[in-house]
Design a protein around this ligand. Structure first.
Ligand code: DAO
Ligand code: DAO
Ligand code: DAO
Length: 204
């Protein structure tokens, strides 16, 4: 088994495999600027995807292409986001003063903009269904680990430190969350590049 990967700036550690089949494809950092004055590191993240699901998708759709050709395909990440591939975004909280209220606000801004992008105008209800899972009594101190997992059937399952928060079935919501990390305007561009390279090498 491979050793965990450590995010260098924060020291957050990511196991190279989750469960028994999800492989770590890349890690990155989510920052947020406060009043345009300074950047805080909010959390480190790792993106995982089911090895055999990815291989299946690759062999069906990209069989005859070389790695460098595939890397030139803009649609691959779209395929990854849209298809029913089991994936997990693992967040490890770095910022020590995170309140549930600021999580809700940030979420409405980041995920809200993606819901609009992919789903059009009226997604308030879906957004509220998700954020209403975040109870005020939850605590997310530095070091907390949150999993956002897309399970079969486009079910988004959330856990905090291994405890269930809830599940919501929505292809749009799953796609919107993944878009934050591997879409056109990702939180961490370097992380996205790393993920693409690792995907390309899974083909072998
Ligand atoms: O204290 O006002 C502040 C800054 C808080 C920034 C919060 C950003 C939250 C990002 C989402 C975190 C998801 C776990
Ligand atoms: O970074 O802007 C962002 C959004 C990331 C998704 C965060 C989901 C957090 C869910 C956990 C809630 C804990 C109460
Ligand atoms: O959107 O900037 C972009 C380009 C996305 C390219 C995605 C390439 C993904 C490579 C995966 C290879 C799978 C065999």
């Amino acid at each position: 088994n491979s050793p965990p990967i450590v995010e260098s700036k924060t020291g957050a550690s990511f196991p190279s495999v989750l469960g028994d089949s999800q492989k770590l494809l890349g890690i990155g950092l989510r920052k947020k600027s406060i009043l345009g004055l300074r950047n805080i590191d909010v959390y480190a993240f790792g993106i995982y995807a089911d090895d055999s699901d990815i291989k299946k998708l690759l062999s069906v759709k990209y069989q005859k292409l070389s790695v460098s050709e595939i890397k030139g395909i803009k649609d691959f990440n779209v395929d990854l986001m849209e298809n029913d591939i089991c994936m997990t975004v693992r967040l490890q909280i770095v910022y020590s003063k995170l309140s549930i209220r600021s999580v809700r606000n940030a979420f409405e801004e980041s995920v809200g903009s993606r819901l609009k992008k992919f789903g059009g105008s009226d997604n308030k209800e879906l957004l509220q269904r998700f954020t209403s899972q975040f109870k005020d009594e939850y605590k997310i101190p530095r070091g907390s680990v949150i999993h956002l997992s897309r399970e079969k059937g486009h079910v988004l399952h959330t856990t905090i430190d291994g405890k269930d928060v809830g599940s919501i079935q929505s292809k749009l919501l799953c796609q919107s969350i993944l878009d934050l990390y591997i879409g056109e305007e990702p939180f961490d561009k370097q992380a996205k590049k790393e993920i693409e390279l690792n995907l390309a090498s899974l083909q072998k």
